[in-house]
Design a protein around this ligand. Structure first.
Ligand SMILES: NC(=O)c1ccc[n+]([C@@H]2O[C@H](COP(=O)([O-])OP(=O)(O)OC[C@H]3O[C@@H](n4cnc5c(N)ncnc54)[C@H](O)[C@@H]3O)[C@@H](O)[C@H]2O)c1
Ligand SMILES: O=C(O)[C@H](O)COP(=O)(O)O
Length: 817
């Protein structure tokens, strides 16, 4: 499903936007970070030209390469000149058409069609617009060079022109163009590959040049320009007349920057030097020229500034009357552009509350009602034309008042914050609030008091939490118990002027009751990231409320959080597919990561014991009753054995079926197969350092392939422990053994006598089977003993037979782990 929250913009008042800004600040920071390291593709404009130059449009690039090579070869090497080539092509065309027409008449076929070229009007307008923007751009550069009396620019241009003219004397112009095309098709792609390296070198060179140039004193008026460019005044409502000493060029930048300082990244000067930033700064000069940059253009396009507050994110611009496509394209580079023409006043008033800027011509009346309806969001009204009689300037100025006193906040220091729900988010909020000097209390019936104490937070009852708090922050799940937890009755018990933050789930608050509490002043302000219905309906009263700051479910929407969950879920899914234990599975025993880490070797032990036990059952005996005993010095409440039980079941069932057992399905599969699993806890004395001392698996009502595995009561019995982190088999039936549960195991019962280990080891060694472990457990010296041999590889049938043929061996079994 698509995430459409981007379409929901909080219907902001100034304050709402400012409070939201923490998320947006992060965004813009990361934007500016990434803008300092533009991709080559972006820096080349990101469009079809960039595709061509970087060979992403391979066909186009190949056509350009071949056709330019062809042209160059034809006119430069083969000695053709353009005039004769064009004439010859036309001659050929005329001859073909003539012959075609003649033969058509003779054969009584239709004459060749006369082509009729059609250019769509929109295309022509767009082309003309584009051309106009480019020509204006060139004119603006020309004015920079000539009229603006910028001697450095003049020198640069003169030098470049001289260099070109000098190169022209050395090389034919066509060859020069051809070399230019070849360079354009090769340099960007090389730069894309080695961008970091080249940028690094460029940076160090530019730093060096700058440090040298800093030592050269600038004339006084230039220093002024420089300052203004860098440190524009922050809160000016209308572009002021710049000081006389500042040239018209500077005036242009002044206004330009003033507009940009609100929303757009700082000028390219502030970013580290890279070829891509150089490219992009060139492009942005072009795109920004839509704003009233030139002094003479100030007459043609009017900007009315409504407010002077800064905001974050991509602005939304409503274009209410038809505007040239080039202008729209330029706007789209910075903003979401809504072109809605012929709006009724009512429609305009509805739309305007979602827009940061409005562009009109003379056909739209922008009166007081429009400004009123914008609820403070509208920042700029642009009038594409001269007359501004359709805009209520008085209202614009009034609504643009910098109404700071309306948004006076309250200090957090010393205030009481009640965190409802002390889980992952709640505990972090509490920790941070402590750092801000707040007194933090929390209510969570399931949270351990020591965890709260550890961060200086007091665990209190719900009643105490809501009645003493100056701020209440909600961080609990929406359940039957928490649904509408804050309601008329609970609001009535709160301190007057309490502030509520809800980033949990909308349903935790009775929204109607909150509205009443806001209106009555019981709740001074609310910050809501979540709503009962998301996205909220257009006229949601809470969203529109003066005292509500609304955000569109952005609690987890930081780059870092998104990357974090993406990696976490990817790892969990891959792990689950690989059969690993999932700490976050919702339909399986939830085992916190630290518990999982501690239990890990016991989990392996449990599975291996299950595997061993089931392989000791004689074929044909159905397994129906399995008893698992956990011996531990820990209190029964401190040991969750669901995970271990699941692993015993996995060990019991997987070797004898094709079913894949996991935490989710283990109990179900066991039940389905008629295997009854019973668990027993044996509480030992001693230190509870290890979660478990040993695990015993018993299978009742079966016969065994290895009679020595039967206990006194006739059940197959295997027992194991974790020794230095390694799961080991420590008992089989009545015999004590000691073999690590890795690879495979051969169990032999023999008459206890000298030389047995050597004989069995010799047979295995002859067949190159590596023995990893051997242990002998006996009842009494000279009587029977069980030898457990750990082997890395599976011995052949012959080898096993040779072992069985040893006269002292009474029975043996090979078990795969
Ligand atoms: N707005 C967002 O984008 C966003 C982001 C993350 C989480 N959330 C939401 O925030 C909430 C908390 O998330 P979390 O990750 O901290 O969850 P969590 O499971 O770690 O914590 C929830 C806590 O609420 C406690 N709790 C349960 N019932 C309670 C009750 N009746 N009274 C008091 N406490 C109770 C639980 O014991 C637990 O400690 C969830 O609803 C989650 O969906 C929203
Ligand atoms: O429950 C959550 O994780 C939060 O509400 C965030 O949801 P999101 O991933 O849709 O932003």
């Amino acid at each position: 499903m698509e995430d459409d929250r981007g379409d929901f913009e909080p219907q902001g008042r100034e304050q709402a936007r400012l409070i939201q800004s923490s998320a947006f600040v992060e965004q813009s920071r990361s934007d500016s970070a990434s803008s300092s390291r533009l991709s080559v593709h972006q820096s080349l404009g990101g469009g079809s030209v960039a595709d061509l130059l970087l060979w992403r449009n391979r066909t186009g690039a190949a056509i350009l390469l071949f056709s330019s090579t062809g042209f160059w070869f034809l006119f430069e090497r083969a000695g053709y000149n353009l005039l004769s080539f064009v004439s010859n092509v036309l001659l050929l065309l005329v001859a073909i058409l003539f012959l075609w027409a003649k033969s058509a008449t003779v054969l009584n076929r239709p004459l060749p069609p006369v082509p009729n070229m059609e250019i769509p009007e929109e295309f022509a307008i767009k082309a003309a617009d584009d051309l106009r923007v480019w020509i204006n751009h060139v004119l603006s550069i020309a004015s920079d060079i000539t009229i603006a009396r910028n001697p450095i620019r003049l020198l640069q241009v003169s030098f470049v022109l001289w260099a070109i003219s000098y190169v022209g004397t050395l090389i034919n112009s066509l060859t020069l163009v051809y070399i230019g095309i070849l360079l354009s098709l090769s340099v960007p792609i090389v730069y894309e590959k080695y961008q970091d390296h080249i940028d690094e070198k460029l940076n160090s060179t530019s730093t060096l040049i700058r440090s040298i140039s800093r030592k050269i004193p600038l004339p006084i008026d230039k220093e002024k320009k420089y300052q203004i460019w860098r440190n524009p005044p922050q809160h000016i409502k209308t572009p002021q007349t710049p000081p006389k000493a500042i040239s018209s060029l500077c005036c242009r930048r002044y206004i330009h920057l003033y507009l940009h300082s609100r929303r757009f990244p700082p000028p390219p000067m502030a970013t580290p030097l890279s070829l891509s930033s150089v490219f992009s700064s060139r492009l942005s000069t072009t795109t920004h020229s839509v704003f009233p940059i030139r002094r003479r253009e100030l007459n043609r396009r009017r900007i009315i500034l409504v407010t002077s507050s800064a905001g974050g994110g991509k602005p939304t611009i409503l274009v209410a009357e038809k505007l040239g496509q080039a202008g729209i394209d330029l706007l789209r580079k910075f903003a979401n552009v809504d072109c809605s023409y012929d709006l009724s006043l009512e429609e305009l008033c509805t739309k305007i509350s979602l827009c940061d800027a409005l562009i009109v011509r003379s056909g739209t009346k922008v009166g007081r009602d429009v400004f009123e309806s914008s609820r403070g969001r509208l920042k700029v009204v642009g009038r594409a034309g001269v007359g501004i009689d359709n805009v209520d300037l008085a209202a614009a100025t009034e609504y643009g008042k910098w109404t700071r006193n309306k948004y006076v906040g309250v200090s957090l220091v010393g205030k009481t914050l009640a965190v409802l729900g002390f889980g992952k988010v709640g505990s972090e909020v509490a920790r941070r609030a402590r750092g801000l000097g707040m007194h933090v209390i929390t209510h969570d019936p399931y949270a351990p008091a020591d965890r709260a104490r550890a961060i200086g937070v007091e665990l209190v009852s719900f009643e105490v939490a809501i009645s003493t708090a100056d701020f209440i922050s909600l961080h609990l799940p929406l359940t039957a118990a928490t649904s509408k937890m804050l309601n008329d009755e609970t609001f009535a018990r709160m301190k007057k002027g309490v502030r509520i933050v809800n980033v949990a789930r909308g349903g935790v608050i009775d929204e109607e009751a909150l509205l009443r509490a806001l209106d009555s002043g019981v709740v001074a302000q609310a910050a809501l990231d979540v709503f009962t219905v998301e996205p909220p309906v257009q006229d949601n009263k809470l969203v529109l409320h003066e005292s509500v700051t609304a955000t569109p479910h952005l609690g987890a929407s930081t780059m870092e959080a998104q990357e974090g969950v993406a990696i976490e879920i990817a790892e969990a899914v891959v792990g689950a597919l690989q059969g690993e234990l999932a700490a976050t599975a919702v339909n399986a025993p939830m085992v916190p990561p630290q518990v999982l880490k501690e239990l890990k070797p016991y989990v392996v032990l449990a599975e291996k014991l299950g595997r061993l036990a089931v392989q000791l059952v004689t074929g044909g005996s159905g397994v129906d009753a399995v008893k698992v005993t956990y011996a531990s010095s820990r209190s029964p409440d401190d040991l969750d054995t669901r995970l271990l039980r699941a692993m015993v079941i996995k060990g019991l069932i997987e070797p004898i079926s094709s079913v894949f057992i996991n935490l989710v399905n283990s109990d179900y599969i066991a039940k389905q197969r008629g295997v009854k699993i019973s668990e027993e806890r044996m509480v030992l004395d001693g230190s509870p350092e290890n979660p478990i001392e040993y695990i015993t698996v018993r299978i009742a009502n079966v016969e065994s392939r290895f009679a020595s595995a039967l206990s006194a009561s006739g059940e197959i019995k295997v027992e194991g422990r974790v020794k230095q982190g390694v799961p080991s088999l420590t008992k089989v039936g009545l015999f004590e053994v000691d073999v690590s549960l890795e690879g495979s195991v051969i169990l032999c019962r023999q008459v206890d006598q000298p030389g047995m280990i050597g004989r069995v080891g010799g047979i295995l060694g002859d067949e190159n089977v590596n023995v990893s472990f051997m242990s002998v457990g006996r009842i009494a010296p000279g009587k029977q003993a069980v030898m457990a041999i750990g082997v890395d590889e599976q011995p052949s049938k012959e080898t096993l037979k040779k072992i069985g043929d040893i006269s002292a061996i009474e029975e043996f079994v090979f078990l795969k782990l």
